[in-house]
Design a protein around this ligand. Structure first.
Ligand code: GLU
Ligand code: ZN
Length: 319
């Protein structure tokens, strides 16, 4: 039997805007899962995309987490080894390891070509057609002269299965994933590669994140296997949605922490999230640390959480 590793979890936000209620929920649950197991909490700044990430957002994010009563043991902007933009050398190394296993190939399709030919999954993501999978070396040389390719991972045939700690047993066919991008045409390594290299090399034992990333997990498990890392346990938590089922996003300005802070105390926001997610039986203002002893995965609802009036100008998280 494999030795059980000490619990290590992480919050891995992308500093592309002010955090909103959905990010707060994810940070809270990831933090409670670590703190209730006496584990170590890592804050990793996922500033991989240079066009969208901003230092100011990362600075604000740390202030916001502290305001909410959430802390971390290691990482954050003062530790560059926990910022993805400073970790390119690790991704490059992993990339070479995959290349040596013959798992990568260049894809010359333009964005428009990919969109036009691709079938779509139930949640709207496109599945790559495999157009460039079997290009000859001559074709690759010819196409390289006019275009810089993206690099894709060659997904095997067959089925996969894994168990998610919130969503239960997951089954699928690799065909429904399609060969995924590991490095963009501009040379930036893809989230899929970075997240596995980071969680793997940091010894993360539990990944807690929104269920929107459930579909990315099989591909990540493939990379764990190919890179020789022990995979973590996955917990894909419910999303916060509008009454019409639409997912809340950073565009919902009235739900970012800047707006929420004008109306609510941290205890009110934490209490509301804890109540809606099943950790509390009824609403009461509460500090994050008071929830540690109450936290159990069995209590958490697997269903999305409706935020009542996020469509109106005035947000009221009703109690
Ligand atoms: N950086 C990602 C996000 O902000 C999270 C990735 C993950 O938790 O795996 O949505
Ligand atoms: Zn292609």
């Amino acid at each position: 039997m494999m030795k059980k590793r000490p619990v290590k979890g992480r919050f891995a936000p992308s500093p592309t805007g002010r955090i909103h209620l959905g990010n707060i929920f994810c940070a809270l649950i990831a933090w409670l899962a670590v703190r209730s197991a006496n584990g170590e909490m890592i804050l990793r700044i996922e500033d991989l995309d240079p066009d969208r990430s901003k230092k100011e957002y990362a600075v604000q994010l740390e202030k916001d987490l502290h305001w909410l009563g959430l802390d971390w043991d290691i990482g954050g902007i003062s530790q560059p080894q926990y910022c993805q933009s400073k970790r390119t050398a690790f991704y490059a190394q992993a990339y070479v390891a995959l290349e040596e296993q013959n798992l990568l190939y260049p894809c010359f399709c333009t964005r428009a070509e990919r969109a036009a030919s691709a079938p779509h999954t139930a949640d709207g993501a496109s599945i790559y057609s495999g157009h460039c999978r079997n290009l000859s070396p001559e074709e690759i040389v010819r196409l390289s002269a006019s275009r810089k390719p993206a690099i894709r991972f060659r997904v095997p045939e067959g089925c996969y299965s894994f168990t998610d700690g919130v969503q239960g047993k997951q089954y699928g066919n690799w065909e429904s994933c399609g060969d995924f991008i590991l490095r963009r045409t501009d040379g930036v390594y893809a989230y899929q590669l970075a997240v596995v290299v980071d969680d793997g090399s940091m010894g993360i034992t539990q990944v807690v994140r929104g269920r929107d990333l459930l579909n990315a997990t099989p591909q990540q498990l493939l990379l764990y296997e190919r890179l020789g890392y022990e995979p973590p346990e996955f917990f894909h938590i419910p999303l916060l949605v509008a009454p019409d089922g639409r997912r809340l996003s950073k565009r919902e300005k009235d739900l970012d922490l800047g707006a929420l802070q004008k109306k609510y105390q941290p205890e009110e926001i934490i209490g509301w999230l804890a109540w809606k997610s099943g950790l509390l039986n009824q609403y009461e203002p509460i500090q994050a640390r008071e929830l540690i002893s109450l936290f159990q995965w069995e209590r958490l609802t697997p269903h999305d959480i409706v935020v009542p009036s996020c469509k109106e100008k005035e947000l009221s998280i009703t109690f």
